[in-house]
Design a protein around this ligand. Structure first.
Ligand SMILES: Nc1ncnc2c1ncn2[C@@H]1O[C@H](COP(=O)(O)OP(=O)(O)OP(=O)(O)O)[C@@H](O)[C@H]1O
Ligand SMILES: [Mg+2]
Length: 247
């Protein structure tokens, strides 16, 4: 399914001293992290911590004020997002951004736009993984439930056959059972070898799914480490994960 990275060649994605500002609002203040091929790295933090700003700066949707992003050994700091999709860096945007009046299949075709189209094989794979999308492929995407639209947003990104998948709060606004389904899909994608950067307010769930985690607060990394160590640290659980403690 995924393109694989050269083994033993170091991290596939490196973010160095990233700064993002909106006018005088400094949303990201010197964030650095790296992502090994095949791993799942999560950036967790409260509302407004800077998670989307980081993801959008990596994917080229916004321009960072300073810092450097390297993907597959290439400096991509100023590369526009459509070119990055072609290179294998693909984002599932915050809020899904499904085009509700287009059909499900048309939405999937848009996912393949920058890679020469969604191939028949990619569509068949998608419908096998998400049968509900196959059954309804000729219906408007707006007729899907919130959870199904999130699956479509993920499927649309996968059609471009990402090497690294950037996911911005895929569980946002969904019922607990649907959140379980989203995390199951994330785990499944990961087992196919696709590298994932997952941004979540649902820190506990994200850390359970991740290899490595970074805790963000007001634009800075305040803790980082193997996800299981972060989850096992009572100080971190109390300070950052308390709200999700029962999930
Ligand atoms: N377009 C914008 N213009 C001005 N300020 C912005 C803009 N986008 C984000 N911000 C500000 O930048 C900071 C970081 O926002 P960002 O959206 O990156 O956080 P987040 O961690 O993704 O939050 P959430 O969990 O709510 O999605 C916040 O203070 C936010 O108000
Ligand atoms: Mg966000």
């Amino acid at each position: 399914m995924s393109r694989t990275s050269p083994k033993g060649s170091g991290p596939v994605l490196v973010v160095e001293d990233l700064h993002v500002a909106y006018g005088r609002v400094e949303a990201v203040r010197g964030v650095s992290f790296s992502v090994d091929p095949g791993s799942l790295v999560t950036l967790v933090g409260a509302n407004g911590a800077g998670k989307s700003s980081i993801i959008n700066a990596i994917s080229g949707l916004i321009r960072p004020k300073s810092g450097r992003v390297t993907f597959d050994g290439q400096d991509i700091t100023r590369t526009p997002s459509h070119r990055l999709v072609g290179q294998g860096l693909v984002q599932v945007p915050e809020g899904r951004q499904i085009l509700g009046t287009l059909t499900i299949e048309e939405n999937l075709h848009l996912g393949g736009w920058h890679v020469g189209g969604a191939s028949a094989a990619a569509l068949a794979e998608t419908y096998e993984r998400f049968p509900v999308l196959g059954d309804r492929r000729h219906l408007p995407a707006g007729s899907l439930s919130g959870g199904e639209q999130q699956m479509l947003a993920i499927a649309r990104a996968l059609v471009a056959r990402p090497k690294v998948l950037l996911m911005d709060e895929p569980s946002m606004g969904l019922a607990p059972k649907v959140v379980d389904e989203v995390f199951r899909v994330v785990d499944e994608i990961r087992t196919t070898g696709t590298t994932i950067v997952l941004v979540e307010q649902n820190a506990r769930r994200a850390l359970r799914a991740a290899d490595h985690g970074y805790v963000l607060q007001t634009g800075e990394v305040v803790h980082s480490g193997p996800a299981e160590e972060l989850l096992a640290d009572p100080k971190i659980v109390e300070a950052y994960l308390g709200v999700e403690a029962t999930q």
